[in-house]
Design a binder for this molecule. Structure first.
Ligand code: ZN
Length: 131
């Protein structure tokens, strides 16, 4: 549990922590505020992410994500809800380019078999293998 530094990229910073601490399976939650943000929406017709850029301050009302393994490295998949000065919410898949103003997080390590991501044909995403 801790605080991410001012100016850090949230996704990058959380990934670095997992790599350094060798966390391969876990759960992350966070709240705080960002200076700017980049979210993604997965288009189920084109199988491509569409990016949404927000060039100003927003609150992190909620960030939830998990840690598993992709390409033999800890990989964070997180979704976030951000709110503006009127309380309007924006949400989506957390992308690189979301910059911390202030952020408090908890990273819970989970015991269990490692979940590995691999290409999934019906969705075009890198998902956990179905048993
Ligand atoms: Zn996602």
């Amino acid at each position: 549990m801790g605080r991410l530094p001012y100016g850090a990229d949230i996704l990058d910073e959380l990934s670095d922590i997992c790599i350094k601490e060798r966390i391969n399976l876990g759960w992350v939650q966070a709240l705080g505020a960002v200076q700017r943000a980049r979210l993604a929406f997965y288009n189920q017709q084109t199988y491509e992410y569409q990016f949404l850029d927000f060039d100003g301050p927003l609150e992190i009302a909620s960030l939830v994500g998990n840690v598993s393994v992709r390409d033999n490295q800890p990989f964070i998949h997180a979704h976030v809800t951000l709110t503006d000065e009127k309380g309007n919410g924006y949400g989506g898949h957390l992308a690189l380019g979301t910059v911390v103003f202030a952020c408090e997080f908890i990273l819970q390590v989970v015991d269990g078999p490692t979940l590995k991501r691999s290409y999934d044909v019906p969705t075009g995403l890198h998902l956990w293998k179905e048993e």
